[in-house]
Design a protein around this ligand. Structure first.
Ligand SMILES: C[S@@+](CC[C@H](N)C(=O)[O-])C[C@H]1O[C@@H](n2cnc3c(N)ncnc32)[C@H](O)[C@@H]1O
Length: 443
């Protein structure tokens, strides 16, 4: 059974009624949380900026650190700006709208720099310019929660800050325009449905060739709801699927064709409703292009693309002439990646392996020139010593979690590798996510 990383579940503690403290913020950590070091234990504060004094509501107490939410700014930083979203105070979708995109990236880069130096012993890092896209309207996929228990107050949106409550959003400036346009009619539709108790979440996708909605239902919906959903798909020219059991989909309206996206201008990849897709189209294309440049791909080279999804990097690498082996843990994505290769006229060997299982890693090809890895937030601890033994000329690590990246990088550095280049990628502007790309070679 493949150990695919999932964010830990559990009810978030409610900040309501929790104690308030007056705290000063010293700096930002890599996710953009303010850090108060003068308090013991250290407090990580959502919504705080360096130099600010704040009233903070403590939301969680761990033995080594506490977490809190800024509820009042007593002394504002010169970097503080007005959030562009009317829901920013309560919605937990974007944590960092109180600071500009570039200013936040400067702080995030400083925090990652310090983290890496502390954890790996590196003295200097060769930082490259970050990959940037628009600060708003960038998000082409999102999973919206539905709270329809109270018919008179149906909510569709993201979870609230520090709680499991759903914040109903009528507009969301970070979603792509077609997804923003669908929010008001979607809310009206859900209010009209009879089978509200059966509704789970809804995934919305703005692909190159269609807008796709996928509604998770726990039991069959009444016939009249199916008619409404089908009519909604027709009225809004979109594809609507029901997910009736995990990974079992029924088409309710719109095209039977899969959705597609392009990691680079010359390629088009099919994507299933539950498949991983990089949410930011502009930054994804820049990231793929930078990966090819940093790897200095040459025709005929053997390249291993680990955690390959539906082939986001594998196909561009193969298109550049490399002989690619793509490895992914979810069978459905491995199959889709193989179809994607064939539909784009490319030959890629795709394998399904659990890359957290040390025994499975013995099945990786032994003759390789270069490796690209793009793991989930858990990182790729089991792989590090195996990669070292494979002895490639270069390793390109794409990370969505600086903490696990620092842990894994420390192993490679300990074994004689060096970081030649590193750069942030602003895949999720205004949020706590920090993504980076780093190239390693033998020192
Ligand atoms: C961050 S995504 C990157 C996917 C792809 N490289 C892309 O850019 O679209 C990480 C991928 O790793 C896969 N994955 C997670 N844990 C895994 C494991 N233990 N073994 C193999 N693949 C895994 C996920 O299914 C997902 O497709």
């Amino acid at each position: 059974m493949v150990q695919i990383y999932k964010a830990p579940k559990g009810k978030k503690p409610s900040p309501i009624g929790a104690p308030k403290l007056t705290l000063s913020i010293d700096d930002l950590e890599h996710g953009g949380l303010g850090v108060c070091r003068s308090h013991q234990p250290v407090v990580f504060v959502e919504g705080g900026l360096p130099g600010e004094q704040l009233e903070v509501r403590i939301t969680d107490k761990k033995p080594r650190y506490w977490q809190g939410l800024a509820v009042k700014v007593l002394t504002p930083s010169a970097e503080r700006i007005e959030p562009f979203c009317p829901h920013s105070r309560e919605c937990g979708g974007c944590q960092n709208q109180h600071i500009g995109q570039t200013e936040l990236l400067v702080h995030k880069q400083q925090a990652v720099d310090q983290l890496l130096k502390r954890q790996t012993g590196i003295k200097t890092l060769n930082w490259q310019a970050p990959l940037l896209g628009p600060a708003q309207g960038y998000r082409r996929k999102a999973r919206l929660a539905i709270d329809a228990q109270n018919k008179a107050d149906v909510k569709v949106g993201f979870r609230a800050k520090g709680s499991d409550q759903v914040v109903s959003i009528k507009q969301c400036a970070i979603l792509s325009e077609p997804l923003q346009a669908i929010l008001p009619p979607l809310l009206s539709l859900i209010k009209l449905l009879k089978g509200t108790k059966q509704l789970g979440h809804i995934s919305v996708l703005d692909a190159d060739d269609q807008v796709q909605l996928c509604l998770r239902v726990t039991r069959a919906l009444p016939g009249e709801d199916l008619v409404r959903l089908s009519q909604f798909a027709e009225d809004n020219s979109l594809r609507l699927l029901l997910e009736t059991a995990p990974n079992r989909f029924e088409l309710v309206g719109g095209t039977s064709q899969d959705a597609h996206y392009s990691p680079s201008a010359e390629l088009s990849l099919a994507i299933g409703p539950n498949d991983f897709i990089q949410v930011n189209n502009v930054v994804n294309q820049a990231m793929v292009s930078q990966a090819l440049t940093w790897l200095q791909v040459k025709p005929g080279e053997q390249i291993l693309d680990l955690f390959c999804g539906v082939g986001n990097f594998s196909l561009p690498l193969a298109h550049a002439g490399a002989q690619v082996t793509g490895v992914e843990g979810i069978e459905a994505m491995v199959k889709r990646a193989a179809i994607n290769a064939s539909e784009n006229g490319l030959q890629v060997d795709f394998q399904c392996l659990d890359l957290s299982d040390t025994a499975a890693l013995a099945k990786l090809p032994s003759q390789i020139d270069k490796v690209l890895l793009d793991p989930a937030r858990a990182g790729a601890q089991a792989l590090m010593s195996v990669l070292h033994k494979l002895n490639p000329k270069g390793i390109l690590y794409v990370s969505c979690n600086p903490a696990t990246f620092a842990r894994d990088a420390a192993v490679l550095i300990d074994k004689g590798w060096q970081v030649d280049k590193i750069g942030l990628m602003d895949m999720f502007p205004n949020t706590a996510h920090t993504e980076l790309m780093a190239h390693f070679s033998k020192a």
